[in-house]
Design a protein around this ligand. Structure first.
Ligand SMILES: [Zn+2]
Ligand SMILES: [Zn+2]
Length: 318
């Protein structure tokens, strides 16, 4: 299974500013220290190999949208944040005229998770089938509402695709086009749901907008079971631990440190920090990633947990 991240920022999309780009270029030139490059490829290799990731890249970007490529004909995607626009362009290019079947799984309907849908190209293509899965009663209402006048020029009812809303029951596994999908309730304002996707031998857990409190033992055990043995856990690590246990306690999100602890208890293999705080710049997110990796090393049991920070464009083969 290949997981492709189209949107990784939480709460609201964030764009790099001109000043951010100017500073990245200036620092890169300074670090190149007069070096000469024979080709643009050589300069690109230098950027990738010699510069910090936060200097040569950006964590982005769009609000949550994560594609799971299962090897089948149908598309699987978690959430329809602003990353749904480039995801839609990818689907249209890949289908080259053939209508697509897209299975959407909604964590919840906070705006950062639905705002990309009005810009999702395949929704405007007749013959496309879009199945929107979720556990909330209000999903259809939320999708219709955000396109209602006077807020958007195209009403939901005018979309050409055949759009179906499918209600799932928390904790009950369903099979969708060869993939077993199990939703789990999470702590978040208005509730949210994580999803465990299982294909033959691979398991991916998508768990965002979820506040974990390790002192609640029953809840911790439930999540350890939910994450158990996962090859990849895409985890809401919006806050640093200090924020998560102090000023931002009860804000409905978690920290990098709790992500490591839950994944270690669940014997998961790879943790991806996701739903980045909009006020964090690239260097701060890279710092959080470094701190998380250090914590994982210090607390490691018999086997390592790989830790990554999601960015728009990241692809992981599991
Ligand atoms: Zn969110
Ligand atoms: Zn939310």
């Amino acid at each position: 299974m290949r997981v492709r991240f189209w949107g990784t920022r939480g709460s609201i999309p964030v764009a790099l500013t001109s000043a951010d780009i100017r500073d990245k270029v200036a620092q890169a030139l300074f670090k190149a220290d007069g070096r000469r490059f024979a080709s643009i490829g050589e300069a690109r290799d230098f950027a990738v190999e010699q510069l910090d990731f936060s200097l040569s890249h950006t964590f982005g970007g769009h609000s949550p949208c994560v594609e799971l490529e299962t090897g089948g004909e149908e598309y699987f995607v978690c959430d329809m944040g602003s990353g749904a626009r480039p995801f839609g362009a990818h689907v249209l290019a890949r289908q080259s005229g053939r209508p697509a079947i897209v299975n959407v799984f909604m964590s919840h309907v906070h705006w950062d998770h639905i705002m990309g849908f009005p810009f999702f190209g395949p929704a405007y293509v007749s013959g496309t089938r879009i199945r929107i899965h979720g556990c909330h009663d209000v999903i259809e209402q939320a999708f219709r509402l955000q396109q209602a006048p006077p807020c958007f020029p195209v009403e939901f009812a005018q979309l050409a695709a055949d759009i179906e809303f499918i209600k799932l029951a928390p904790g009950r596994a369903v099979e969708v086009s060869g993939v077993q999908v199990t939703p789990a309730p999470q702590m978040h304002s208005g509730d949210s749901y994580g999803y465990r996707f299982e294909t033959g031998d691979k398991t991916v857990v998508y768990t965002t907008d979820s506040e974990h409190k390790l002192e609640n033992r029953a809840q911790t055990e439930r999540f350890v079971r939910f994450f158990h043995g996962a090859d990849l856990v895409i985890f809401d690590a919006m806050y640093s631990l200090a924020d998560a246990i102090s000023v931002k306690a009860d804000w409905g999100h978690s920290s990098n440190i709790i992500g490591v602890e839950l994944c270690q208890m669940a014997r998961a293999r790879h943790l991806v920090l996701f739903h980045h705080e909009p006020s964090y710049d690239d260097a701060t997110i890279e710092g959080v990633l470094r701190e998380t990796r250090r914590f994982e090393e210090l607390t490691r049991g018999t086997r390592p947990l790989q830790v990554s920070a999601a960015y728009d464009g990241l692809e992981i083969d599991v």
